[in-house]
Design a protein. Structure first.
Length: 327
């Protein structure tokens, strides 16, 4: 099922001025307060076509004369910069990655192994910064026009502490605890982030549709709230910027806990109709998708569809997650 292309409402920023970094690693900037406090990291451009996070970090770095870390340290990183270099508004999905998904390579087995790719080389450069972080925010966006949602981590592997952090941030409206990806480990699931008994926490914000204007606003709003909560940036700076941005907090937050992921078995995978995300399938057994002769049906009443998508369909790709609203 083909969906019409989404309009490109955002302009990708020129990041060339941030290329040198100040850490010895290109496009990675670290600011140390010299005071005790959390080691905080924010990454944009895990996928090169998800430009809202790049806009937010470009904006914050451009305001360096107006802030400095009060405690701990702040690392700001542009991730898959090689993929972003391929950005073309006429073919926006081409820049998602170069060789492989940058957000599926974060096991030690993969990072320390012999395999090579553009994404692995960059992940190996960023690994020391990720591993040193105590609080991490990874800024993403989605293919369809779905409400923003916070991926809090996998069930039993850090998801509940990620949800607790997101509730303290008070954004976004929808929080997601999922099952991870069969294709590989995400950055937010690496090491201590996935240990429920370790205070180190990572979350991933999906800011909305990739190129809608509101996605950049969500990215900046979430970035400010995350840095304000960490105490790395001054409350008055954060409050002033949030007021200027003017985004209201959701009336309440809802948690979706995913029970299973639907994975494409072949290139014949098709949804039965267009889904944009967070649709609720009323009855168990209702048909959701077909994959050749195989049928995927709702496993229970009130099944929630999370981030359905078949762009760049591949065998083994997660096409939708199935879950329940908990509250």
């Amino acid at each position: 099922m083909n969906t019409p292309p989404r309009p490109i409402e955002l302009k990708a920023p020129d990041l060339s001025r941030w290329a040198p970094g100040n850490t010895g690693t290109p496009y990675v900037w670290r600011f140390d307060s010299g005071q005790p406090g959390p080691q905080v990291m924010v990454q944009a451009l895990t996928h090169g076509n998800e430009i809202c996070g790049a806009i937010a970090l470009d904006w914050l770095l451009g305001l360096q004369t107006q802030w400095q870390p009060l405690r701990g340290s702040l690392t700001l990183a542009f991730g898959n910069i090689a993929a972003f270099a391929r950005w073309d508004p006429a073919n926006p999905n081409r820049s998602r990655y170069v060789d492989e998904d940058f957000n599926r390579v974060w096991t030690d087995e993969t990072l320390l192994g012999p395999r090579d790719s553009v994404e692995l080389r960059r992940a190996r450069e960023l690994r020391p910064f990720v591993d040193a972080s105590q609080l991490l925010l990874d800024i993403h966006s989605m293919g369809d026009a779905c409400k923003p949602l916070m991926v809090c981590g996998a069930d039993g592997r850090g998801g509940d502490k990620g949800a607790a952090l997101s509730r303290r941030l008070q954004v976004p409206e929808v929080l997601l605890i999922d099952t991870g990806h069969p294709a590989g480990l995400r950055m937010i699931e690496r090491g201590p982030f996935a240990n429920p008994n370790d205070a180190r926490t990572a979350v991933l914000i999906e800011c909305g549709q990739h190129w809608e204007r509101a996605a950049a606003e969500v990215a900046r709003d979430t970035l400010l709230r995350f840095l304000g909560h960490s105490g790395v940036l001054a409350e008055d700076f954060v409050a002033t910027q949030l007021k200027q941005l003017g985004r209201a907090l959701p009336a309440q937050q809802q948690l979706v806990r995913v029970t299973e992921a639907v994975v494409a078995r072949s290139l014949d995978f098709r949804f039965v109709r267009e889904f944009r995300g967070l649709e609720v399938i009323a009855h168990a057994g209702e048909l959701i998708a077909t994959d050749g002769a195989h049928e995927f049906r709702a496993p229970y009443d009130h099944t929630v569809l999370v981030m359905p998508g078949t762009t760049n369909l591949k065998v083994g790709m997660t096409t939708v997650r199935l879950g329940r609203f908990e509250n």
